[in-house]
Design a protein around this ligand. Sequence first.
Ligand code: SF4
Length: 968
Amino acid sequence: MSSRKSERVSASRPETEIRGETFYPGPSRTPLGAYPPRERWDDWVELDPQAWPRRVERHCMLVPTTCFNCESACGLLAYVDRETLEIRKFEGNPEHPGSRGRNCAKGPATLNQVKDPDRILHPLRRAGKRGENRWQRVSWDEALDDIAARVRKALVEERPNDVMYHVGRPGEDGYTERVLAAWGVDGHNSHTNICSSSGRAGYQLWMGYDRPSPDHANAELILLISAHLESGHYFNPHAQRVMDGKARGAKLVVMDVRLSNSATHADHWLAPWPGSEPAILLAIANWLIQEDRYDREFVRRFWNWQEYMEAERPSEPAAFEAFEKALKTLYGEYSFEFAERESGVSASVIREVAELVAAAGPRLSTHNWRSAAAGNLGGWQVSRTLFLLNALTGAIGVPGGVFPNAWNKFVPKPIHTPKHPPQWNELTWPQEYPLAMNEMSFLLPHLLKDGRGRLEVYFTRVYNPVWTNPDGLSWIEAITDESKIGLHVALTPTWSESAYFADYVLPVGLGSERHDLHSYETHDAQWIGFRQPVLKEARARLGQPVKDTREVNPGEVWEENELWIDLSWRIDPDGGLGIRGYFESKRQPGAKLTVDEYYGFIFENSVPGLPERAKAFGLTPLEYMRRYGAFEVARNVGAQHTAPVPEAELADVRRNRQGRVFAHSDKPAAANVVPVPSPDPDAEGRRPVGIDVDGEVVRGFPTPSGRLEFYSSTLKAWGWPEHALPGYIRSHVHPQSLGEGEVPLIPTFRLPVQIHTRSANSKWLDEIAHTNPLWIHPTHAARLGVATGDLVRVETRIGHFVVKAWVTEGIRPGVVACSHHMGRWKLDGPGQRQMMPTVSLSHEGSRWLLRRVRGVEPFVSADADSSRIWWSDAGVHQNLTFPVQPDPISGMHCWHQAVRVTRAPPEDRLGDVSVDTAKSREAYAQWLSLTRPAATHSPDGTRRPFWLLRPLKPAREVYKLPGARVRS
Ligand code: SF4
């Protein structure tokens, strides 16, 4: 069998006519009427709405960039007034293959952020004690010289682990990781373990790739766990393709404890007990297996069933028929009735869904990202059991099914590639969590309190750890302690609860004020999107080139690309540390690398098809990207696991017993747009290049076996044999784990028009959504004597918060829910006045109280709307009251909480938060005790399986765990 050939995009394709309809001549293939034709992007004329009823024409340049408000990175077009060079509005970019000219509300609201009267415009240094929220203006030079000197000192004194960069929304593919690699530090820290690690773990264990790229548009059944239609991962690009699929007749099944907007569009809405989703998925899988409704050939060819039989059933023949028999036994216990008992969803409904799954066959698109995976102990089994359905039905790498993310993502080679850092940082990768998908970021305060390390320079970048993480008051304790963190540098476009506790607050650019390059798995294609400072491009079109983004951004706002280059030169001014060379020009050796050269190099040399496409437009590749903002590298990438491995890669081949093919070849991957698997070599140094399927060597998957790993030898080898197969782990909020009067709280859901802590400076969004009441079912509310609007106290195991009740049938009885998007606050002093009430923050020993002093109020500013603010409530910051609850395998914080809900006593006020951080420490220790550390469970004396993905992967030699006992 051979793979479908991906279609490279031709340089001059005729695209305006499709089936007789006129379409926009770009990759969006949407009706032309919606978008200005690109020939007129230099001078587009619109009537000024503010001058109405006078008809005043405004001439605009349409300059592309990409939205920075969520991970989707949809294309935007900035409408820049030719006369005033003011950005008048943002709309969708029809040249963008992922978002196809469409945006959610948060995209156009970028304009609010640009014009936010409270934004940070200049570098600031703290004037009082850390956390006093008093500031003085400093120059960029002063700030960067100080920071660079401290980083340099740490490096020169061989304390590389004292430098850490903690990122919230990356919005780019690898730029900053390469900066850190150039510095030689293992200092990357991310937010992923409070976001998607468990979702990723389930996928990675199956296929070696950690994300799905579902082909919703061509599916017959779309099965979603969580609210993808209004707030899912790659939200707008996926949502529009879900709707395409529905328009073609696909059925939609949504599992969600809440009646989300997605659930309202579903043919079947299943509201299971939180954490019981795998029980339902396994019951469906079992039914497919028992009824022989699965794709036998797909399973036979691509699962690692032989490895399973040899390892776990050595007395039985390692034959496929024996495996099928075993499969029937393995899953026999997961009946529909069992699933009903666990989930509360009726067996007959689950059967109906199972029949839909079987009928869809390979046209089954599924997705789980945060939601149930992010909420529960063992949540990684949610995505592992969900993907089991795709693996059973052969719905992988086929139209209407699911593609691994890397097949639908294109990351070009950069101008310089620093080496893997020769360091291992135990503050981010502690040895208790050898299988963690990402850095154990949310444990940082506890690891610092344990005395496991110290930070000399701690960068938070578009990240708000105090607010976003659980247990934020432990963060405040750690972050204000200068013996633990020497210097905290907050790189942020807007005020945040963490910025108050910084030493420097450095204003970095919004989506229209910075460069970034990225690619995401929105559908079966590959594209790159280019974020750029739109006024730089506008000025260039007017013949006024700009050297430094501070010349065009508001105030002294700087983009990070230029900032990191500059800072790296200050750290290593003479190149003696071996850092500066990675930030030098190739064209002019010894000169500072410019952003134009950096991206120009990539677009000219590393993106197949782009130079030809640009040439057809009479542009250089960089000019093309500045003018159109995106490029479709390939479409219909298709199946890659079936791609034959070229003969040239098959020198000195060895096959292991299960058909994994290793070869001595210094040839890298074939000229293919998809990265090639790279797990461990064999004992003689041969590289795994593919798998033998019925005598043909095909690419397979980047897992140790090269196949889809139904059976995870990794989990078994690293001390978790009981979870080596897709299975069901009862959540920490399973009824049997709840105490008297406790119910599960679902705190994970997003609101479609807000984005974590970065949208408080968007007046349009704030007016639509500015509070987060507690969803509570009428039967539950009646028992408590609570009505909508009443104050309730929600008690967690370390404290409590006070919130308004919202009585609704849109939630499963016996479960409560509260969106995490609200509850912003500011200390007396600067902050976002549109959405941040002023609070007092006090403590006696470990007992903290946060109490609202003033609600949101109207205020006078250059924006007349700020005096029209009519809301005062801004919700409650519930995350402060959550203990850390790391899953012992994936490392993901298990967000759901066991809580007691009562009517608030008279002394309580809306927004109150009370926490005892001594209890936080106890919870940390309790969850830590669930782990199986590398020191005692590593099979080979390493800290972590080398084949698992890891951001900023360090050099192989530092994987060795000093003094580890190697198990036989
Ligand atoms: S989904 Fe909305 S917030 Fe996210 S990138 Fe697209 S427009 Fe921006």
